[in-house]
Write a protein that binds this ligand. Structure first.
Ligand SMILES: [Zn+2]
Length: 1002
C-alpha cells in the first residue's frame, strides 16, 4: 500500500527503480514522523518560532502558537534592520552524494552521481549565473576519468569563473567520531592532491553537513590543509538553540591548547536548523521553506509533507512569493551577527535530471529578480558558492569595528536530532569493520615507510605505487560517514569490507618486495621478477624472522609466530644470543588443544623504525619453555604440556615484576590489582547486556542507542577458566557463551610490561535486540569526570550527567579513555584501545565499552534496516594503572596537550603491532646474495582478525641477510610546516638514529 498503481508498475521494471523508490519512501517516512513530532510533541530541534510583521498572517496559527508555548524562541524583527545594510543572500546549490549508503559507491555513481555531474557541466556552462559546490572528490575523480578533454576544459573554466567550487576537498565527507587522524589525513591528502594535480586549485572552505557530530581534530586538520572556513550541521538541537540565542552560530573554532592565540582557529558556520534539506535551510519554518523547493512542484516524485505545495513562480504570484521567502531569510538572518546570509539549496543526490535544474534555477531567478529590483526590500539575493559567501562575510567583518568572531572550544558530541534520540549507537555499530579499518591503516603505514625509503630504486615497480594508491583510496573511502560508522546497508558494508581486505593483501605484497630489497646488502642484485608468492602455507623450520618496528620509539614487546612443533628456540641473528621464548598451545575449542599447531612467543627489543632479525629453529635440546596450564574443566589434555586443575578455593593470581592480577575463583574475571608498591586497588571486570526500549517508542538501530534501562549483568554460573603461566607471559582466560575474555601480563620492561593486555572475542549472532558491554568497576574516585580521546589526536574531558538520558552519556572513543582520582596525589586508570567504540563512565569508578550490538529494527534515519550482520569480532586493549609519585613528579593534571601526546604514543604501540617477515629454509648463512632469492608472503594461519603480523618466506636457497644496519636505520622526518604536505619522508642515515628513551619515561 506504500505505492500507488503507477509506482507499482515501475517497481516491476527493474531493481534499480526499486532502490530509488525505497529511498524516496524512507525520506517521506522521515518527513512524516518529523511532522508528527513537531505537531504533537513540539520539540522543535532548532526550528524557531516566527513572530514577524511579514509572516503572521501567513503562518498556520495553531502551529505557531504551540511552538511558542513549548519550545524554541521567537525570532522577531521590526523590518528596518536592513535599511542601512542590505541583506545579502547567497543561495548555494549542493547535492549530497554519499560514497555508499543504500547503494554501493559504484551503484550510486552509475545511477545518480554521473548524471548529476554531467548536468552540472551543461547547466553551469549554459548560464553563467548558475553555481554549484561539490564535496566528494572520490566521485568527482571517477567522473573525471569518464569525461573527454573538451569537458575537462569546461570544468576548468567553471572553476576559474567561480561557478563551481570544490569544498573541503576530502576523498569523502569523513566521519568525525570513529575515524583516526591518520585516516582523516589520508583521505584529505588523497583528495587535495588529486585536485592539485588535475585542476590546479586548492580548497579553502569546508562543508560537513552530514557527519553525525563534529570534532575539533577535524577542524585542526582542515586548517592545516589550508582551509579558512568550515560549515557544520549535525549538532545537538539544544546546543543549536543556545548558539542561536547567543548569536554564536558563526565562531572561531579554537583548539584546547590555544588559550589566547588564534593561529589554529578556523571560521566555523553552524547551520541553525534540523537538516540540510531545503525545508530546513531557508528559514525557521519548514512548511514555508518546503514551498521553495521547486523539485517538489506538484506532479513530481517528491512532495512537501507539510501539505502546502510549492507553486511555479509567475508574474501574478511573484510579489507574494518573494515576500514570503524574504520573511524566512530575514528571520534566519536575525540569528547571525552579520547581514550576510548563507542559504544552502539541495539535498541527497539532488540535481539528477535537467528538469530539476530548470525548476530550481528558473524559479529562483524570477524571485531574485523581483527582490533585487525593489529597493524598499533592502535585499540582494543571488546564487553563490561557499567562497562567495565567506568572502562577503569577511568583507563585512573587515568593515566593522568587531572584525573577529567569538572563539569557541570543544567538540559537538554526542549528537541528538530530536527527543532523546542520541546518536551514540554508531560509535560501535559493525565493530568488525571498525577493527578492519585500523588494520588497513597500520598496513598502509608500514608500506609508506618501507616503500618510500627505496623509491629511488623503484623503476619498473610502479605496481607498488598503484597498490599504495588504491590502499589509500580504499582507506579514504571507508572514512565516509556511512562507512566506518557502520550505518550502510548490508551489501554496501560487504563492499567496503572487500575493498579493505583486498588492499591489505595487495599491500602485503608491497611490504614483501620492499623488505626484500632493504635486507639485501647488495641492492644491485635485487631481482623483482623472481618473487614467487605463496599464501597461507604454514612455516617450517628453520627460518629467519624479520621484525619491523614502525614506531618512532624504541620498543620492547612480544612477537608470536605459529610453529608446527613444540620444540623450538629463537636466537638474535646479529649476536647469536638466545632469546627468551615460550611455547604455548593453540586452543581450537575451549577444551581442545591443537595437535600440530603451536605458538612461539619471544621478547624483542627494537630500535625505532628498524628491521631486526631473529632465527627460529627446531630444537629438541634447547627448546623454549612451555606454558603451564590450570583449567577448571576436568579431563582436558594438551600433549607435551603440563595441565592441572584450577584451585577454586581462592582467587586466581598471575604476576610480573610490576603487577599482580587477582581473578575471581569461579569466573576468572579480574577483581583487583596489587602494584609494585604493595598498594591494592579494585579493578573488576563485568559483562552486561543492554536491551532496547520495550514500549512503542523508537528502538535502537544502526545510528541510535535507545537502551531504556541500564544494562543487566551477564549471568553465567561457571565459565571455563584457563590460567597459563610462562616466562614470556601469563594469562587468565574465561570462556563465556558470547565472549572469550583474556587478561594477559607480559614479563617485560616498559609500558607493555606495566599494563595488562585485555582481549575479547565476541560473538552475539544468536541474540535479539541486545548489546554486549564490558564494564570496569574500580575504586578510582573520579566523581563524574572522565576523559576520552577524539580521533587519536587529543583528549577531551567529559562529565557524566544524571539530567540527560543514559544514551547521552556515551561518547566516542577512538583510541583511549581514562578516569583518575580527583584528589592528588592520586591514581589514573587508562584504557588504550585498538579499535573505536562507545565509552561511558556512568558511576564513579566505572568505565564501560559497548563491544557489539545486534538490532532487529530500523531506527528511522533512512537506512531502512536493522544491524544483524554481526561477525565474530575481537577487540584489544591495554589497561594501565598509574599512581602519582612525588619524586620524580608525575603530575596527573587535567587532561592537556601533554597527556594527549603521552597517551597517543602508548596507544600507537597497540595498533601498530609488528611486521614480521620470515625466511624459509636454511637460515642466515650470510653467503652471497642469490638471484633466485625470493620472498614469499604468507598470511598467519591463526584466525586472528586484527593480527598485524606478516610473514615473508624465502623459497630455497639460503638468503643472505645482513643485519639491517645503516641502510635500514630509518629516520622519519615529518614536515611540520604544513599538514597539507604531511607526506612521511623516510631517510637512511649513517650512523644510525639516536634511540629514544623507553616510553614509560617519555
Ligand atoms: Zn550523507
Amino acid at each position: 500500500n506504500m505505492f500507488d498503481k503507477g509506482s507499482y508498475c515501475l517497481l516491476s521494471l527493474n531493481l534499480s527503480t526499486v532502490e530509488i523508490l525505497r529511498e524516496w519512501r524512507n525520506k517521506r517516512l522521515n518527513f512524516v514522523s518529523e511532522m508528527i513530532v513537531q505537531n504533537a510533541i513540539c520539540v522543535t530541534f532548532g526550528n524557531f518560532v516566527a513572530a514577524s510583521p511579514l509572516a503572521h498572517t501567513l503562518m498556520p496559527c495553531s502551529f505557531s502558537r504551540v511552538l511558542q508555548m513549548l519550545d524554541g524562541f521567537p525570532i522577531r524583527y521590526h523590518g528596518d534592520e536592513w535599511d542601512n545594510q542590505t541583506l545579502q543572500v547567497f543561495l548555494v546549490p549542493h547535492s549530497h552524494n554519499d560514497p555508499g549508503w543504500l547503494k554501493t559507491f559504484d551503484g550510486y555513481y552509475r545511477d545518480q552521481t554521473r548524471h548529476i555531474l554531467d548536468n552540472m557541466l551543461q547547466q553551469l556552462t549554459d548560464d553563467p549565473q548558475r553555481k554549484m559546490i561539490w564535496a566528494e572528490v572520490s566521485y568527482f575523480s571517477k567522473w573525471w576519468d569518464d569525461i573527454d578533454e573538451h569537458k575537462r576544459s569546461q570544468v576548468q573554466k567553471l572553476l576559474k569563473a567561480g561557478q563551481l567550487e570544490l569544498v573541503t576537498g576530502g576523498w569523502v565527507m569523513a566521519d568525525e567520531a570513529n575515524s583516526h587522524y591518520y585516516a582523516l589525513i589520508d583521505q584529505l591528502l588523497e583528495g587535495h592532491q588529486w585536485i592539485q594535480r588535475h585542476l590546479g586549485v586548492k580548497p579553502t572552505n569546508g562543508w560537513a553537513i552530514d557527519p553525525f557530530g563534529h570534532s575539533p581534530s577535524m577542524s585542526y586538520l582542515l586548517k592545516g590543509a589550508g582551509l579558512k572556513n568550515h560549515v557544520i550541521q549535525r549538532v545537538h538541537y539544544s546546543v543549536k538553540k543556545h548558539f542561536a540565542q547567543q548569536r554564536l552560530l558563526e565562531f572561531s573554532w579554537r583548539q584546547p591548547w590555544d588559550s589566547a592565540s588564534s593561529a589554529d582557529d578556523i571560521t566555523c558556520h553552524m547551520m541553525p536548523f534540523y537538516s540540510y534539506d531545503v525545508p530546513h535551510t531557508c528559514g525557521p519554518d519548514p512548511a514555508v521553506c518546503c514551498q521553495f523547493d521547486f523539485h517538489r512542484l506538484p506532479g513530481g516524485r517528491v512532495a512537501c509533507p507539510w501539505r502546502v505545495a510549492p507553486q511555479p513562480i509567475t508574474e501574478d504570484n511573484v510579489k507574494e512569493r518573494a515576500r514570503l521567502l524574504l520573511d524566512q531569510y530575514r528571520q534566519k538572518s536575525r540569528l547571525f551577527r552579520s547581514p550576510v546570509l548563507l542559504v544552502p539549496l539541495g539535498d541527497d543526490f539532488r540535481f539528477v535530471d535537467a528538469r530539476e535544474w530548470e525548476d530550481q534555477f528558473s524559479n529562483y531567478q524570477r524571485l531574485f529578480q523581483h527582490m533585487n529590483q525593489d529597493p524598499t526590500l533592502h535585499v540582494q539575493a543571488r546564487f553563490g558558492t561557499l567562497a562567495d559567501y565567506f568572502e562577503a562575510l569577511q568583507r563585512h567583518l573587515d568593515s566593522t569595528q568587531v572584525s573577529r568572531l567569538p572563539a569557541v572550544g570543544g567538540d559537538f558530541f554526542t549528537y541528538a536530532d530530536r527527543d532523546d534520540h542520541y546518536w551514540s549507537g554508531y560509535y560501535t555499530s559493525r565493530p568488525f569493520y571498525k577493527r578492519q579499518d585500523r588494520h588497513l591503516e597500520t598496513t598502509l603505514r608500514y608500506c609508506s615507510h618501507l616503500c618510500h625509503c627505496k623509491s629511488g630504486q623503484a623503476q619498473g615497480r610502479l605496481w607498488l605505487f598503484s597498490y599504495l594508491t588504491t590502499g589509500r583510496r580504499n582507506l579514504g573511502l571507508f572514512q565516509h560517514h556511512d562507512a566506518v560508522t557502520g550505518t550502510a546497508k548490508d551489501a554496501v558494508v560487504r563492499d567496503y569490507g572487500e575493498r579493505l581486505r583486498r588492499s591489505v593483501l595487495d599491500l602485503r605484497q608491497v611490504i614483501q618486495s620492499s623488505a626484500h630489497f632493504l635486507l639485501l646488502p647488495d641492492k644491485s642484485r635485487f631481482d623483482q621478477s623472481q618473487p614467487l608468492l605463496q599464501t597461507d602455507k604454514p612455516c617450517r623450520f628453520s627460518r629467519l624472522v624479520v621484525v619491523y618496528n614502525s614506531l618512532e620509539q624504541r620498543r620492547t614487546t612480544v612477537v608470536t609466530v605459529t610453529v608446527d612443533t613444540p620444540y623450538a628456540a629463537v636466537t638474535e641473528v646479529e649476536s647469536g644470543r638466545p632469546i627468551t621464548a615460550q611455547i604455548s598451545v593453540v586452543w581450537e575449542e575451549p577444551t581442545r588443544a591443537s595437535k600440530n599447531t603451536f605458538q612461539l612467543s619471544f621478547i624483542v627489543d627494537l630500535p625505532p623504525l628498524s628491521l631486526s632479525l631473529y632465527h627460529v629453529t627446531r630444537s629438541s635440546s634447547g627448546s623454549a619453555p612451555r606454558s603451564e596450564y590450570h583449567i577448571s574443566a576436568p579431563d582436558v589434555r594438551a600433549e607435551g604440556f603440563s595441565v592441572s586443575p584450577v584451585q577454586t578455593q581462592e582467587d586466581l593470581k598471575i604476576s610480573n615484576e610490576h603487577l599482580e592480577v587477582y581473578g575471581h575463583a569461579l569466573s576468572g574475571l579480574m577483581q583487583k590489582l596489587r602494584l609494585h608498591s604493595g598498594q591494592v586497588r579494585q579493578v573488576q571486570v563485568q559483562f552486561l547486556w543492554y536491551g532496547t526500549r520495550s514500549d512503542h517508542r523508537d528502538k535502537s538501530g544502526a545510528y541510535l542507542f535507545l537502551p531504556g534501562d541500564e544494562g543487566e549483568q551477564v549471568s553465567v554460573t561457571a565459565p571455563l577458566v584457563r590460567v597459563s603461566v610462562g616466562p614470556v607471559f601469563s594469562d587468565i582466560t574465561s570462556c563465556f557463551p558470547h565472549v572469550t575474555h583474556r587478561v594477559r601480563l607480559f614479563h617485560i620492561k616498559g609500558h607493555e610490561g606495566r599494563s595488562l593486555q585485555i582481549q575479547n572475542t565476541v560473538d552475539i549472532r544468536s541474540e535479539f535486540n541486545r548489546e554486549l558491554v564490558m564494564r570496569l568497576v574500580t575504586d578510582v574516585a573520579n566523581g563524574n569526570h572522565f576523559s576520552t580521546d577524539i580521533n587519536g589526536f587529543q583528549m577531551l574531558q567529559r562529565r557524566t550527567l544524571s539530567k540527560i538520558p543514559l544514551q547521552a552519556n556515551f561518547y566516542p572513543m577512538t583510541t583511549a579513555a581514562f578516569i583518575q582520582d580527583q584528589d592528588r596525589p592520586g591514581t589514573r586508570l587508562t584504557l588504550l584501545s585498538a579499535q573505536s567504540q562507545a565509552v561511558a563512565a556512568l558511576k564513579p569508578g566505572f568505565l564501560e565499552l559497548v563491544l557489539d550490538r545486534r538490532l532487529q529494527q530500523d531506527d528511522n534515519r533512512g537506512l531502512g534496516q536493522g544491524v544483524t550482520d554481526n561477525k565474530r569480532t575481537e577487540s584489544l586493549y591495554h589497561l594501565l594503572l598509574e599512581v602519582q609519585t612525588r619524586n620524580p613528579p608525575v603530575t596527573l593534571s587535567k587532561p592537556d596537550h601533554n597527556t594527549s601526546l603521552t597517551l597517543i604514543k602508548r596507544t600507537e604501540s597497540l595498533y601498530h603491532l609488528l611486521l614480521e617477515v620470515q625466511t624459509r629454509n636454511p637460515p642466515v648463512t650470510l653467503s652471497k646474495p642469490d638471484h633466485n632469492t625470493s620472498l614469499t608472503l604468507i598470511k598467519r594461519t591463526e584466525k586472528s582478525l586484527y593480527h598485524l603480523l606478516l610473514e615473508v618466506q624465502t623459497r630455497n636457497p639460503p638468503v643472505t641477510r645482513s643485519k639491517p644496519d645503516h641502510n635500514t636505520s630509518l629516520t622519519l622526518n615529518k614536515r611540520t610546516e604544513s599538514l597539507y604536505h604531511l607526506l612521511l619522508e623516510v631517510r637512511t642515515r649513517n650512523p644510525p638514529v639516536t634511540r629514544s628513551k623507553p616510553d614509560h619515561n617519555t
